[in-house]
Design a protein around this ligand. Sequence first.
Ligand SMILES: NC(=O)c1ccc[n+]([C@@H]2O[C@H](COP(=O)([O-])OP(=O)(O)OC[C@H]3O[C@@H](n4cnc5c(N)ncnc54)[C@H](O)[C@@H]3O)[C@@H](O)[C@H]2O)c1
Length: 319
Amino acid sequence: MSVLVTGGAGYIGSHVARILQQSGTNVVVVDDLSTGLDSRVLGLPTSHLELSTQGATSTLEALMTEHKVSAVVHLAALKQVGESVNKPEQYFLKNLGGQANLLTAMRNTGVKKLVFSSSAASYGVPDVDLVSEDQTPNPINPYGQTKLIGEWMASNAETAWGLSHVSLRYFNVAGAGWDDLADTQKLNLIPIVFAALKAGSKPKVFGNDYQTPDGSCIRDYVHVMDLAKAHVAALKYLDTDTRAHNVFNVGTGRGSSVVEVMDQIKTTTGIDFEYEMAPKRAGDPPSLIADVRRINNEMNWKSENGLAEIVESAWKAIS
Ligand SMILES: NC(=O)c1ccc[n+]([C@@H]2O[C@H](COP(=O)([O-])OP(=O)(O)OC[C@H]3O[C@@H](n4cnc5c(N)ncnc54)[C@H](O)[C@@H]3O)[C@@H](O)[C@H]2O)c1
């Protein structure tokens, strides 16, 4: 079996590519290196292709044929919520145009298995704390919209030409499975706090009067290594005949508040830093925790790591 991993030079994609490679699967990477790093995919066949460009379909078809690709894990996407509000056209063009080219190439070459990187951003601001896949999705920004439409594109391909697909809705991904695959962007809480500590500045906590035990937001942090293993489970699941669902949450089913994350970072780093309270941000739900019963039951996948392992591995990888 050979698996094409789009976005394989990215933070999550490189973990997926490496875990597949280590389990004996042939891996081919497609990544335009807009945020990815070549150093994460040394030794893997890699095409520096931007998926939404004209001609991308034929390049993909040639790659799929040459490497006898039988399944695709599609992670390549722009993922900055704020940027997506300011440049919605870019997000629709690159995320959805890229996916349209990818699906066309898969259809033309008969590659019928897809695992798609979706996001808890598909849910928007749900009115429940524990979010199941049955919650009606209602994304509140262009980024989240591209993820939900990406799921629909996969479902339409199933109807039209028999694509088998799974969309994984990741919650808050953090940690590192290997030190050279650290999350080097400063977009999520843990890397942002580490960057502030390295710069000698105070990290910010946005909001302290949410209806939560310590007043700060609660999120479900999933270790990137556990998430990578969920992709392996999803690929296996696509080989089974008794599939009941296409959409799965990936999280731990447990929440940690921003203050608890700060406390864990203090414990792990040994740095007794202070943080600054800042006003709430628009669109931040008080609590967002994945209901993970579906993926637990149907794919037999469970997260193995908690917040301590996440923070420790992330800190080790950047130290
Ligand atoms: N990090 C998270 O917490 C999180 C949460 C939910 C969903 N996701 C999704 O997971 C996927 C991977 O995220 P990540 O955190 O690893 O981000 P990342 O930016 O590290 O990885 C994305 C990779 O895709 C590549 N890429 C982007 N657009 C491309 C295009 N048009 N053509 C070819 N390559 C392109 C980038 O160079 C990069 O290597 C994304 O689809 C993202 O939406 C991430």
